[in-house]
Design a protein around this ligand. Sequence first.
Ligand code: M6R
Length: 615
Amino acid sequence: MCGIVGYIGYREAYPIVIKGLQRLEYRGYDSAGIALYDGTNIKLSKTKGKVSDLKNKLEDEISTSGSLGIGHTRWATHGVPNDVNSHPHYSNSGDLVIIHNGIIENYDALKKELSKRGYTFKSDTDTEVLINLIEDVKKNEDTKLGKAVQIALNQVVGAYAIAVFDKNKPNEIVVARLGSPLAIGIGEDEFFIASDASPFIEYTKNAIYLEDEEMAIIRRNKGVKVRKIKDDALVDPYMQELQLNLEQIEKGGFDHFMLKEIYEQPEAIRDTFRGRLLTNQAIIKMAGVEDNMKKFLAADRIIIVACGTSWHAGLVAEYIFEDLARIPVEVEYASEFRYRNPVITGNDIVIAISQSGETADTLAAIKLAKSKGAFVFGVCNVVGSSIARETNAGAYTHAGPEIGVASTKAFTTQITVLSLMALRLARAKGTITSSEFRHHLIELETIPAKVEEALKSDGYVQTIADIYKHATNFLYLGRGFNFPVALEGALKLKEISYIHAEGYPAAEMKHGPIALIDEQMPVVVIATKKGHYEKVVSNIQEIKSRKGKIIGIVTKGDKSVKELADHVIEVPETLECFSPLLTTIPLQLLSYHIAVMLDKNVDQPRNLAKSVTVE
Ligand code: M6R
């Protein structure tokens, strides 16, 4: 995915667009570019690399005046990351300029057609094809930019959020969306465009989020007109008041967003509880569940679809739902589910989990499930995201913006929402007694304070990180509720430190991975009390006999693992089903510190993007 940003109004566009790009860099950061228009000249500059590279290049190269500007930060799909493939792109005449987030799937056929008509292409991108298609329509139909964009988009297959301007129309930007987010900030005599609201939060709290298949013509001093791309119908857009504040999207004294977000978890979990976990009254209130209780109670099974860390949260939920609410659960990679021709009936409930609410595979899995008659419930963090809108009902995690590419607070707040759901359903189904229910609520309420306590291991985790930072492989083992935590710990290490790591259910070790163990191999074992503790201790003994280095994640006060392991990191005691909320904390810290010590870019690891809006 990519980030797009734009401005039209009375201020200088450059500082707004460049700062906006820095805020959107989590969406992609292999190249960046900007186009500024002062009514006479278009100044366009782009480069491979980060927004800071663009800034350096640009301030040397061109004047940055102009009160119309668009900018782009890229995560490459068509064409390698280089200066030429970076956005913005000009049309052949040099009159039209575009930025684009998404993929034009039929770009090849369109390109061939345009080539026959004499168009030439400098880049390998699908975006340059689109801007020339718009130019071609504009010429042939002798029409204005807005109409040309509309006609061209009706010929396009794929996904897009675009912003286009025309040299001959210095007071106008045309935007459109299908499958990629696009927000328009509405100020006084000024307008902002962005993939999310963070670039314009200090200028306005009013925003319109375009729906799929909508476009808008934004005119300086005039306003915004929204239309349907297909049938040209005028739309009366809903203006939202943004809840986001500047503090939430800044680092707040931490070196990295990831560390800030790790430390935000106690508060984020409290926010997830707010208004839902009413321990004194012994109730859980979740409107999305309450309103659809009949469907939940009648469901034959729950299918969870998600990707990456959200998929790991889904695996934890499988254990929790089955244990507490006795509902059969299957957890599917959305990317596999969508192409598997799965058997789904009207009695299935599909739960889609996604931090961003924009993951393309999860979105496609939802559409497939709905088409087969399933009721789809979303667990998202980003309010108003595509997945939140596409699902029949849902519950937000309320974790606040997660900027670090490595998901941390999204994981724990997803587990929190899913635990609340499982408990609510368990109570409704009578699969736990009222005293068990109350006991779970009381314990769940203590989790934020226990996460705070778990965070105190940070200093010791740094010492361990220093010892193992040069290891080339890691194993992560866990059982039951903590097996998905082992997978998540391994994913965190891989994605930000580039060290190879694998997560396994501890008992599976004997069936292969044990062959890897020697004195070079650090093995992180989650061995909290209760649930299979003795079995995991036996697994630790097996590792020890093969000279593996053991880092145990144990319950406070543990003695047995301490005797065997090279290092132990303690977490507070809790009910087994909630233990992933604590055991994951030292694993997040371990991967963070190793990556920092190896001098890796923690918040923007190579090849990754925060949300994956392409297949
Ligand atoms: O926004 P989503 O939760 O749908 O994203 C899913 C994955 O792309 C995401 O969890 C990814 O695996 C993270 N980088 C993991 O830290």
